[in-house]
Design a protein around this ligand. Structure first.
Ligand SMILES: [Zn+2]
Ligand SMILES: [Zn+2]
Length: 344
């Protein structure tokens, strides 16, 4: 098969031919039809993730068709159209038994712990626990985003942030996960303030339902959010994962507000300075949100199929697999609004 192969962290990867994967007894192999280019692929390429072993194939946000099935798999057959959460959970550890597969202690992740979906084929573990069936009328390019950014945003807003109608929600960073958070929060009846350095991303955030947008270049973000919301956001989401956006997210909250960390923030990008004096004095909550379990997808699918979430407009551009190396390097300084999807 063809694959985008990383042989040295940070050095340009190349499209080459590698052996086809075989399914584990509990797993499947999926023919990749679309795979999103996500900021965590960039972190993996840069060597920020200690799970990644070279040589490596990135890619964890995919949609495609099952082509091979392991002997122990019960629920899936060749020809099934699927996506998967980027955390492929084991299904049997204490966290999985409690329904919290997104923090499975024996998890694997395509594109991190093993080879991912910047390729013609990808192997996925524990198919009966993790695969999510795609409706025939869901466009494949947009469906890929359900594997990481849309699902992550949905759970961060709905379940971890517990956003309620009428609340102010601040979203820091309007790449794929930030735009998704804007749309999910707006669909929930929240009033959204979105920030991004890119004018194109801010314009897209407005079209996804943001009531206000803030350019961080204009001055302190926390003060702008406090002004626009009459005292601060009820919920604030760091959708970038940088020390600056994390601190701004905590600082823009009103009393008893909830900060949700979604951007990855590996140690290599620096440790954020979270004002814990403010956390205690204002009784803020600092929460983490890590993807979403497969069994939680039906609520997200209902939102998408209702039309209240503009999934199709999330895709900024579709590129062939050959463009994978270039698309990865462009994540350094995103110049396009919306997500980039590779079509092997
Ligand atoms: Zn991702
Ligand atoms: Zn588990």
């Amino acid at each position: 098969m063809r694959a985008v192969l990383v042989e040295e962290f940070g050095a340009p990867p190349r499209l080459t031919r590698v052996p086809d994967p075989a399914p584990a007894p509990h797993g499947v192999v999926v023919a990749v039809e679309a795979t999103g280019v996500c900021r965590s692929d960039w972190h993996a390429w840069q060597g920020h993730d200690e799970d990644v072993v070279l040589p490596h194939v990135p890619g964890h946000e995919l949609a495609g068709t099952v082509v091979a099935v392991g002997a122990d798999v019960r629920g899936w057959r060749p020809g099934d159209r699927v996506t998967t959460p980027f955390v492929t959970a084991c299904g049997t550890c204490p966290e999985c038994a409690a329904g919290q597969q997104q923090v499975c202690r024996a998890q694997t992740q395509p594109g991190f712990t093993g080879w991912g979906s910047f390729a013609d084929l990808v192997a996925l573990d524990h198919a009966d626990v993790n695969l999510v069936r795609l409706r025939a009328d869901l466009p494949t390019s947009a469906a890929a985003a359900l594997g990481c950014r849309v699902a992550t945003a949905f759970r961060a807003v709905s379940d971890v942030g517990r956003v309620r109608p009428g609340e102010f929600v601040a979203v820091h960073g309007c790449g794929g996960v930030g735009l998704s958070a804007v749309a999910v929060a707006a669909a929930a009846g929240a009033r959204v303030v979105a920030t991004d350095l890119s004018p194109a991303a801010r314009a897209l955030a407005t079209s996804f339902g943001a009531e206000h947008v803030v350019d961080p270049a204009d001055g302190p973000v926390a003060a702008a959010v406090e002004h626009l919301t009459g005292g601060g956001a009820h919920v604030s989401i760091d959708a970038v994962g940088s020390p600056v956006t994390c601190e701004a997210s905590v600082r823009c909250l009103r009393r008893r507000g909830r900060h949700v960390q979604v951007g990855l923030l590996p140690a290599a990008v620096g440790r954020p300075s979270v004002p814990m004096d403010r956390v205690i004095a204002l009784e803020l909550q600092v929460l983490g949100s890590h993807g979403m379990a497969a069994h939680d997808y039906p609520r997200l699918m209902s939102l998408v199929m209702s039309g209240a979430f503009p999934l199709g407009r999330l895709v900024g551009r579709e590129l062939p697999l050959e463009a994978g190396p270039r698309a990865l390097s462009e994540l350094e300084r995103p110049g396009t609004a919306g997500i980039t999807v590779l079509r092997p």
